[in-house]
Design a protein around this ligand. Structure first.
Ligand SMILES: O=P(O)(O)OC[C@@]1(O)O[C@H](CO)[C@@H](O)[C@@H]1O
Ligand SMILES: [Mn+2]
Length: 460
């Protein structure tokens, strides 16, 4: 299930326990699974629903496993189903969180983190599914799915979310065609655009990447959450739902000391920490393409997940498969995009990275200690985009900060480079709002923090 490159341990693999849970600042207490909270609903209802879909998926592919592996495949299907049924029971009956036993590269780090949770609870209590931080429990579920598959050879490499990710891709074809057509039109006219017009066009593609984040299969519990309509047509109407809009700061960071459009752009690197595969990944490809042809950077580095994660998060397979689909599709502009993107990877102006850190439970402020090689890599960037809600939760430590706490404060010591979160709100954490905004929204729309209706393009 894990590509060779992911076997690269974060160097100095150890778990810094003390600083990982720093003292609360302001009202920032951990997002716990309190009764009635969104976290509680997630663990009580949505995670079991996701696990049930995993079991159904494995059962549905039994014939395929038999064709591919003979009776070992059938045995493996049965074993995986029993493992996941037991896991679902553990979760639903609030059993203790168990140490991992699959002896992978990150097994020790996960088990050290569990020990740390025990010290936090104190009085010898065991962390359990409902008595642990939500962020930890949710990440742990996906790591247990990975463990369960690794105990079910020969189907260990099978991505239990493959079917729903592919389905979501095919359901979003129309929207993707519209985006690729728009991109090619833009490339035709770019030379005649003024600096302000380029800026405006870039802002549109940033917003497309933002609203692409609505297409996430974890929040939907695996239900179809594809992009049906052309997102470009709705940008104006969606603008008022952007609660923090730092696009000007982004533009200034990317264009400072550069004449936008001049070919001789200095060697500039932008990183995109990816989120969901499918439509959102395509919006990120389009943004990355524009960053190059607008001469805002000379390299774009992508960071994907080593294992299947939060249902729809992008793995290396998803990244390559998506480009292959674009190359193969019978649509002039989509295949043109696919060729450009394949070429970018070949000539190194696009680079794909993997690191186990992204599928650990840790807040990003402990990256420098847990995965110093990754932190050093990110320091080479001139601007890092963090896509999506889970990344936002890890950037802010999933603390219940006051809405008005500055974003840079919530990041604590995590600041390898100028960074920007592009995120639709799907968890009840938000910082950096003007005074009164959070309260006003809570009064008018009880679900404003978890519906995915609102978004931020938040820079630090
Ligand atoms: O990171 P993404 O794909 O934008 O969202 C992931 C997510 O759907 O999963 C969790 C809910 O189960 C939340 O962190 C968030 O809502
Ligand atoms: Mn995701």
């Amino acid at each position: 299930m894990r590509s060779e490159r992911c076997r690269k341990r974060p160097s100095q693999v150890y778990c810094v326990l003390g600083s990982a849970r720093s003292s609360a600042i302001g009202r920032s207490v951990l997002s716990i699974i309190g009764a009635g909270s969104f976290a509680y609903y997630t663990v009580k209802d949505r995670l079991p629903q996701i696990l049930t879909k995993v079991i159904d998926t494995i059962h549905r592919n039994k014939k395929k496993f038999f064709e591919e592996y003979g009776k070992e495949g059938v045995e493996a299907e049965k074993k995986a189903i029993s493992i996941f049924s037991k896991l679902r029971n553990e979760m639903q009956t609030n059993k203790p969180i168990l140490p991992l036993t699959d002896n992978c590269q990150d097994t020790d780090i996960w088990n050290q983190y569990l020990d740390y949770q025990k010290t936090l609870l104190g009085n010898g209590e065991d962390p359990s599914w409902f008595r642990s931080p939500w962020l930890y429990v949710e990440c742990y579920l996906y790591r247990r799915i990975q463990e369960g598959m690794s105990f079910s050879p020969p189907i260990s490499e099978y991505d239990v979310f493959r079917d729903v990710k592919n389905e979501s891709f095919f359901q979003s074809q129309q929207a993707m065609m519209a985006l690729c057509t728009h991109l090619q039109e833009l490339k035709k006219t770019i030379a005649s655009l003024s600096k302000e017009q380029r800026q405006e066009e870039f802002y549109r593609l940033l917003q497309v990447s933002l609203w692409g984040n609505k297409c996430d299969l974890s929040i939907s519990g695996g239900q179809d959450n594809s992009q049906k309509s052309s997102i470009l047509a709705s940008l104006e109407s969606l603008k008022s739902f952007i609660l923090v809009n730092n696009m000007d700061s982004l533009w200034n960071t990317l264009t400072k000391g550069k004449d936008v459009g001049s070919e001789n752009a200095l060697k500039t690197r932008v990183d995109i920490v990816l989120d969901n595969a499918g439509f959102e990944l395509v919006t990120d490809f389009i943004l990355a393409d524009a960053i190059l042809f607008f001469n805002l950077a000379t390299e774009v580095h992508f960071h994907g997940k080593c294992i299947p994660w939060f249902v729809s998060d992008t793995t290396k397979h998803d990244f390559d498969w998506t480009i292959q689909q674009f190359l193969a599709v019978n649509h002039k502009w989509m295949s043109k995009c696919g060729q450009t993107w394949k070429e970018n990877l070949k000539k190194g102006s696009w680079v794909y990275h993997e690191n186990l850190f992204w599928t650990l439970p840790h807040e990003f402020w402990s990256m420098e200690k847990i995965a110093p090689d990754l932190y050093t890599e990110l320091k080479k960037s001139d601007l890092i985009f963090f896509k999506g809600d889970l990344n936002y939760r890890k950037l802010t430590g999933d603390r219940k900060w006051d809405f008005t706490v500055p974003f840079s404060q919530a990041l604590k010591t995590f600041h390898p480079a100028p960074l920007c979160s592009i995120r639709t709100l799907k968890a009840d954490i938000q910082v950096g709002l003007q005074a009164g905004i959070g309260e006003r929204l809570s009064a008018s729309d009880a679900n404003w923090m978890v519906s995915g209706k609102y978004g931020v393009i938040q820079f630090s």
